[in-house]
Design a protein around this ligand. Sequence first.
Ligand code: SAM
Length: 512
Amino acid sequence: MSNWNAGYVAEVAYTYGYYEELNPLRLQLPLLAAGLALPAHGTACELGFGQGVSVNIHAAASSTRWFGNDFNPAQVAFAQELAGAAGAGAQLSDESFEQFCQRDDLPDFDYIALHGIWSWVSEENRALIVDFLHRKLKVGGVAYISYNTQPGWAAMMPLRDLLSEHSRVMAAPGVGVLSRIEGAIDFVERMIATQPRYMLANPLLADRFDKLKALDRNYVAHEYFNMDWQPMAFSRAAALLVEAKLDFAGSATYTDHVDMLNLTAEHQQFLADIPDPIFRETTRAFLVNQQFRKDYWVKGARKLTPFAQAKALRAVRVLLLTPRDEVVLSVHGVLGDADMDELVYGPVLDLLFDHRVRTIGELEQALAEREVSLAALLQIIMILISKGSVNAVQDEVEIAAARPQTERLNRHLLELALERVDLNTLASPVTGGGIFVPHLQQLFLRAKLQGWQLPEEWVREVWPVLQRMNRLLSKDGQVLLTEDENLAELYRAAQQFAERGLPVLQAVGIIG
Ligand SMILES: C[S@@+](CC[C@H](N)C(=O)[O-])C[C@H]1O[C@@H](n2cnc3c(N)ncnc32)[C@H](O)[C@@H]1O
């Protein structure tokens, strides 16, 4: 193994996920809900972008100038391929944090994001990142940081250390990381079979270990087998970020903003008596047994007047992303699944049914007779966004600037769909971010963009691709084995895409 990776797992590539929390547009509602002024959006940076799917989608889908780094050259090669295809000017380098953060040719940033980095790097690297935030995040700028936290990880930490130690000490020299993972998992499994007292003292761990065993091994490699792995209490992260003059602005997980979904009445009362926001948040983590955090931090939190807050909220533009009759009225929180009252959500969904963009102010006016307060409407919209049913929309100038870039990036992604199935997101100039489009729908879309108009024509184009990729369709959980069965199911899926998928993709500007 070469030594540029400083103990970070680099032999196996990271997954090709897209993370919507990294979309700068997504920070507007949590910040406005907290009554805070929004940052500008000229420049942004993603530290440790992995395969670069998110950074490229965000660069293509806006006029923001994006920069980023990841020290894994194989990942950066893929990220640069996407950047080249999009032509959105994203500058993505294979520098380490040490190299990148010390560059003197970078602009100051309105937004700096790091997803899945903070807990997985050394203390020295965290210090470099804090220093970078201090120097390079503009006043009024926002940082997005996600990390593993305690107490949700507390019981699992010794087990993860044992896995990682097994891999370091017991694996034969030269054995690849994937075999080391299998060896370590097998070892812990055999240890658990002996009924160790640690597992008896922590009865939920066995189940957690079973879930780990089922995870994608590339993900497991990066999550569990790094030299550095530090789940951190909120108060400790806050103490480090204070050095960069950052104030906690709020959770990027929209459902966290609705206490009813996560905290019992007793919990809420207990927290209400804690005046210090950092200590309150640290305590809240115990009440919900928090394991992972995604937060926005702001350099110089500027409180809006109630008038300015309401004005900014009313100007937020949204659109419905799911066909109206497919929105399931249930939302998941720490307390489990909660029903969403049709009387509350139905009228908002009815107004948005045609996938046209509306401001929150327009919705408020249209609902005037029902006397829905702005605060209640904000909560309704945030819950619908958390479910992926609704999305915030950027302004028309941004949409127009982004359109040619997203078209180029999406065309490239659709070509990649001819040979791979792990890129499930396309770029929307309307939402400034990614839209989940499963592989089969990508192939139909590609056929449509090539000029084929009818579902039967898409089937004719797509079937040979699936055959070449050795992919068979399934129905009701059963793999379809004959060609006739596959063609019939493909035709059904194509028709459904024409009726239900395309209108949404049109609304979000993925197809004209
Ligand atoms: C858990 S992955 C997260 C990737 C990406 N942010 C995402 O969420 O998909 C951590 C990433 O940080 C990169 N990384 C780790 N240490 C680094 C360092 N010292 N300098 C630059 N990149 C680093 C790794 O190569 C890896 O892609």
